[in-house]
Write a protein of this length. Structure first.
Length: 69
């Protein structure tokens, strides 16, 4: 299984954008929960940075009481 993890970490994940693009009062997108800077920098991030951000977004979603993906 660790081989699968290594392969998936080297591949770029899909963008977390779900086309609900509006920043809320906390500065997070109402759809994907990214900040303005995270959205702008997504394309320049390494695959590892993108996977890290996806984990961060999952934590944000959990803290807000939302469902984890």
């Amino acid at each position: 299984m660790s081989e699968f993890v290594e392969v998936s970490q080297s591949a770029r994940p899909m963008s977390p954008c779900i086309s609900i693009c509006a920043l809320d009062v906390t500065g997070h997108c109402a759809g994907c929960l990214r900040t303005r800077d995270e959205i702008a920098n997504w394309i320049r991030m390494t695959p590892a940075q993108q996977w890290d951000l996806l984990r961060t977004l999952d934590d944000r979603r959990t803290r807000r009481g939302g469902k984890s993906v």
